[in-house]
Design a protein around this ligand. Sequence first.
Ligand code: XMP
Length: 499
Amino acid sequence: MREKLVLERAREEGWALAFNDVRLRPAHSEIMPDEVNLETMFSRNVGLKIPIVSAAMDTVTESRLAIQLAKLGGLGVIHRGLTIEKQASEVAKVKHSLHGLIENPICAKADDTVLSLLNSRNEKGYSFHSFPVIDDDGKLVGIVTQTDVLFCRDYNQKLGEIMTSNLFTASKGITMDDAYEVMMKNRVKVLPLVDENGKISGMYAAVDLRRIMDGSAVNYNLDDKGQLRVGAAVGVGNEALKRVKRLYEKGIDVIVIDTAHGDSKGVIDTLKRIKNRYPKLDVVVGNVSIGDSAKRLADEGADGIKIGQGPGSICTTRIIAGVGRPQLAAVYDCARVLEGYNIPLCADGGITYSGDITIAIAAGADSVMIGSLLAGTDETPVEIVLAQGRQWKSYRGMGSLGAMKQHKSSRQRYLQEGRREKDLIPEGVEGLAPYRGKLEGVIKYLVGGLKQGMGYIGVKDISELRENTEFDRVTNAGINESHPHDVNITEEAPNYRGR
Ligand code: XMP
């Protein structure tokens, strides 16, 4: 990325600028906002259709939000306040929510009862209803579908008694196109695949294939098997390695080593151990805010770097510890130092309006991670609450007292693992985010604002936005002029909340 005049001068003189210290200059444009391409990378091998990643926080990202965000083209990072098993099962829910080829379908045994199948489906949170039935040698003997269960009067019956055994199957290796043809022609909802010995070796589901084939999934963020992409946060040390093992077994796309201080020995050792054991698994590491720190992580094998020390809406690190770096300066510094490395950078925290996304990318980020603006959506794992006559959803820092008391992982994130409860030093606050309805609506305005910005600058994609944008340093007067002024707002705009 080439030097940005204003940012470079500030960098040389030791002025650390924040998003609100600048605006982007318009330039000659032959691009309409709807023509821009927002595809980018979160890590070396994990792409995004839109440059938005959700924060690994216990009030933001579990499977529900991750599924929806991946369908909108982004990526959710499942937080690590969950036990290893629970986090792995949240990942599995995302991976199982949509399939091209289901490589390892969840199977049942002919001797299992209907009740035991339904219980296990409930416990594991599977959203699908069709289970291939196999014998002790793994040979396919039938299939149990929703219809079979619907017409079963006695749940103590064995699956072997209610399953459909007259089956359409195809051989392992059939292409997705051919499988789709077979299913459409014969009106079958699932197509189990078998190898030369009759053993189950995969499955296709018609609803998923239909979405992929008819183009309604073109904007989904999918892996190469046609499953939604998802990330998960881990900490450091042996516990992190155990977590990665289970997450890897569930098909995780990218691991995020999620700490408040990425440039530390424990993080780098953990990165090396993970990369050593899983060389093909992408690992994003953070958080840092200094170019030299980003370089150290890159040199140690990070596949992506997350930037942000203290910009978050619920963060108090810079106030409590006196340490951190305004986010614009942090992003630019890391991007300049990593020039030529080809390692994606994610700007984590401090996005308050859609325009901040445009600014973060123009300063060198490839994507942004967002907490507060997504925290009010339907898809977060918390309930709506009523206060002051309005609807809210709780949102808290992972370094807040509440989160640190509840999660060992939060204490570890803020380097306080060994402390007693009464000795904890919080680095975040607990609060309420205004309720914002469906995630889709919020993302529409964030992406829409970014596209408008790209139209003003005349850039057709994310790499041009990073490369070809110039900044103006603005004063407080400039910022005041930028926000609505001298009017009483009578109708709230859906994409603007007053300061
Ligand atoms: P936003 O501004 O989108 O920021 O709400 C979300 C990011 O903030 C970080 N985070 C914290 N930082 N104390 C901190 O200093 C905390 O308690 C805390 N909790 C989350 C995190 O990087 C997240 O993605």
